[in-house]
Write a new protein. Sequence first.
Lengths: 408, 102
Amino acid sequence: MKSTKYLLIGGGLASSQAAKQLRAHDGRGAITLVGEEPYVPYDRPPLSKEFLRGEKRGDELFFDPEQYFHDQDIGLVLGVAVQRLNLDDKTAILANGEAMRFEKALIATGGRPVRLKLPGGDLPGVHYLRTLDDSDAIATEAAQGKRAVLIGAGFIGMEVAASLTQRGVRVTVIEAQPHIWARFADATLAGFFQDYCTQKGVTFHTAEMVTEIRGHDRPSSVVTRSGKELPCDLVCIGVGIVPNVELAHAAGLKVDNGVVVNEYLQASHPDIYAAGDVANYQDPVFAKRRRVEHWGHAEYCGQLAGQNMAGANNTYDLVTYVWSDIFDLHLEFAGDETEHDQVLFRGRFENRSFTVLYLKRHILTAYFAVNASSKEFPILQHLIRHKRDLAGRELQLQDPTYALKGLL
Amino acid sequence: MSKFVKVATTDEMANQLAKHLAMDGEKIALFKVGGAFYALSDTCTHRGGPLSEGDVEGTEVTCPWHGAKFDLRTGAVLGPPAQTGVKVYPVKVTGRDIEIEI
């Protein structure tokens, strides 16, 4: 039976970062990274942006070339899933039948797109976006003049809408909520984005659902709940992801909307860690359990898990953030917007440069910045992390000419 | 062929510590620290943040987006989340002209 000291399950950002930290902190311990996709760990954000627009090639997305793993003596097993974990004798069974003994393992299996059960939903030309191959398949079909229907207007949905429009595809977005980004944006803020994207050529149908995808061997139209039939050549569905917890669950680890880990990212078995999209972790900044699907969180978690697997005792301490690029709007979001009782606008969105501040009991919980001065981000993150009482500061927060440093 | 190109004057930089320069498709950040000038790529290797808007302490700049730290003198990474350094450009001051080699 093969054996490794550290087994990294999952071939994404978190595993890649963990491998680097493990090698930095344990120069000799055997590290093995097992990934289901046939590629070395790569960067996913460009899949809805630069790669989809044809501005970057697939090999430009790899964090490190294969040679790097050889040089660092990090074993790679690619194109192979881990099928089973046996925690009693700390053995993993791989899909190729091999067994591998380990001392410590990281579960960084990420998530997979929620699949819609729709008539016609399995037709070729109906896409989900998670992997390089997914994005490649969309790009191949997204020729000038084609018509695409996008179901779901989250960050990725809107990025795909922008990228396909920039490729000359005629894009229609269908969103079940009354407006896009209903989770954190009110109708005014969402309206700003929808109007902006409409000017660029995107068509929206909100408070609307697709009930059927029609077509023989490819989609030719979608039918909506209100009875519209919209002709199309391809369909992209982006309605969220579910964490890949099956392996952890079957192994007997505690699972509750993700693999439950403590502030050290340790699962209910002390030699098992989880990181990234799949981890349900204790967030000390917001004093609650969260599962976060952001790139920066996966990067941070991978590093933290790697350090702790190698013997450190570091605790999670990140103000989570996410960014997005939609046409020429750069968005930076940080914090936890689900907790707020007050929303303040800093700047005017007519100027296409503003920051939305979310507060709860006068404490900043999140910000959402659009083409805003990034000099303010570290200050805003500081206010979130240290829970500064901002009662009575509302006018200053709303005044873009006021230097936020004065609130520190 | 690289050559020295005038990008600013010492008068312009009298009251500022950093300046963004858009040069032939390259984004460059020019910093002034204690009378010395440093030029480096204005695109953070982490996620592309503008280093010219970052806080500077000594010869260390912190990217305003996600906190990566770089050495102004060498471009080397001094703190995560960036993994690779940024390009630096030689700077020389001729009279009042600040020139960088690109």
